[in-house]
Write a protein that binds this ligand. Structure first.
Ligand SMILES: Nc1ncnc2c1ncn2[C@@H]1O[C@H](COP(=O)(O)OP(=O)(O)OP(=O)(O)O)[C@@H](O)[C@H]1O
Ligand SMILES: [Mg+2]
Length: 451
């Protein structure tokens, strides 16, 4: 990838019109960026350029467009704001925080008469992501509202761990992707953010949390006023729960724990608990005190994405944390069973086999016209749930093939379409496996593009 921050000037020639200079700062050396009509105000772009996708509420004008087979979000703002947000999002990406990917800043735009136009920030559209207002059909249920708040609490902890003060935490500034029944939250608006490499003070963290609580309450009250929030929900209480969620997660990650020396197993218990929350521990500091009878433990350098990373290294599947946890349960079971049957076969081989024989057939079984409904890992998670449900109902072991067919017919077909857009390539890296038996299904769209 070319380095960003090196602005390039391009003279763009128009047929018949004036030529104008554009200043492009981009990590993306893609000449097709110049094909978009930068000499036209964004609000006047036509159907030929823009793509209609669900979008949150914002002060600036944001529209989506196609660029080299993918979809980008374009926000018109000031040059200063665009450059600042671009740089901030790049830093957050480097720090591996879930956020939208910045692609370019385009500045010094002018229309055909030479009149200046606003600068734009271009980000990659986050596939299968939804703004909170698109997550319900008639009105939002309590469980959905609660899961959104929980996901946002998790995101805020991750941001604070890297020393990022958001300043404008809200549901509108977050995008959500389904994650095995829960949601995974991504930061979409970094305009007000500040990074403090030395870490955030408790006061600043509390400040962000209070902004979050107030904004969420406002957003839920707004839904309620429009009759779009389930009547049983208390907006203020749900918004307030972000404080408890955040605080208990932060505490779990940072607090000292004192265990009696003869109960050292509690140390591994703590590590397992943190892993279950999706965090890896870089270092654990232990101190013995009280004449050697107690051990104080404190995890250090916590790194989220434990299951995501393990699944990706074993199979190449790029899934959200809860989806990954779910898949790993299935994969580990597969590996354990195969170990018994074929001792000596390595875990890596068995993981690749699981991918080819268990995961891939489920995703490949989804007909092309239904592939925009949900992404692959979420489909797999729902099939496993459905299989459990069928087995309970029929009091027998339902096979994965049966469950897949029944799920597609009775569940998936009735879901709303949630794909951003079909055919947009993803950045997923795959293990080398052969999938001949499935490849025959369709040679137009590779299902892996949809994962
Ligand atoms: N890369 C992206 N992928 C998907 N959706 C996006 C992307 N960028 C922006 N959006 C959508 O556009 C909306 C507005 O973007 P954003 O919050 O950055 O605008 P804003 O005008 O700065 O907002 P605010 O009013 O909070 O200042 C978002 O809520 C989101 O729904
Ligand atoms: Mg915003």
């Amino acid at each position: 990838m070319a380095d960003a921050g090196v602005p390039i000037r391009r003279r763009r020639a128009y047929d018949g019109g004036m030529a104008s200079d554009l200043r492009i700062t981009s990590s993306l050396m893609d000449a097709t960026l110049l094909d978009l009509p930068w000499d036209v105000p964004l609000e006047e772009w036509t159907e030929a350029d823009v793509v209609q996708l669900p979008k949150g509420i914002s002060r600036h004008l944001v529209r989506f467009a196609r660029l080299s087979g993918r979809v980008v979000a374009i926000k018109e703002t000031t040059a200063e704001m665009a450059n600042r947000e671009y740089a901030m999002l790049r830093t957050l990406q480097r720090l591996e925080v879930p956020c939208v990917e910045p692609l370019a800043v385009i500045d010094e735009r002018a229309d055909r008469d030479g009149q200046p136009l606003a600068a734009v920030l271009v980000t990659r559209h986050l596939r299968f992501s939804l703004p909170y207002r698109a997550l319900y059909s008639a009105s939002m249920k309590e469980s959905t509202a609660q899961r959104l708040v929980d996901a946002l609490a998790g995101l805020l902890v991750r941001l604070h761990l890297v020393g990022f003060y958001w300043g404008d935490v809200s549901l509108s500034n977050t995008l959500f992707r389904r994650d095995a029944g829960a949601f995974a939250a991504y930061l979409v608006d970094a305009e007000t953010g500040e990074l403090e490499p030395g870490g955030l003070s408790d006061g600043r963290r509390e400040n962000d949390l209070e902004v979050a609580r107030v904004n969420i309450a406002g957003e839920l009250l707004d839904l309620a006023a429009g009759g779009r929030l389930d009547e049983s929900i208390d907006p203020v209480a749900v918004a307030g729960s972000i404080v408890e969620q955040y605080t208990s997660l932060w505490h779990e990650l940072h607090s000292d724990q004192v265990v009696p020396a003869d109960e050292r197993w509690r140390i591994s218990e703590r590590i397992e608990r943190l892993n279950a929350l999706g965090y890896d521990i870089g270092e654990l500091s232990m101190r013995t005190g009280d004449g050697g009878t107690t051990v104080a433990i404190r995890p250090k350098v916590v790194d989220p994405g434990h299951h995501h990373r393990r699944l990706q290294s074993l199979t190449g599947i790029d899934a959200e944390e809860n989806q990954a946890r779910r898949m790993l349960n299935d994969l580990d079971q597969y590996v354990a069973t195969q170990h018994d049957l074929r001792p000596g076969v390595g875990d890596e081989v068995l993981a690749a086999e699981w991918f080819e024989r268990v995961f891939a057939p489920v995703v490949a079984a989804v007909p092309i016209e239904l592939r925009g409904k949900l992404e692959g890992p979420e489909v797999f998670h729902e099939v496993l749930e459905h299989r459990w449900f069928l087995s309970e109902q029929q009091q027998r072991e339902v096979t994965l093939d049966e469950a897949t067919a029944s799920y597609i017919e009775t569940q998936l077909a009735y879901r709303r379409d949630e794909a951003a857009l079909l055919g947009v390539p993803s950045t997923m890296t795959m293990p080398v496996v052969t999938l001949q038996e499935h490849a025959a299904d369709d040679d137009e769209t590779d299902w892996r593009d949809l994962v």
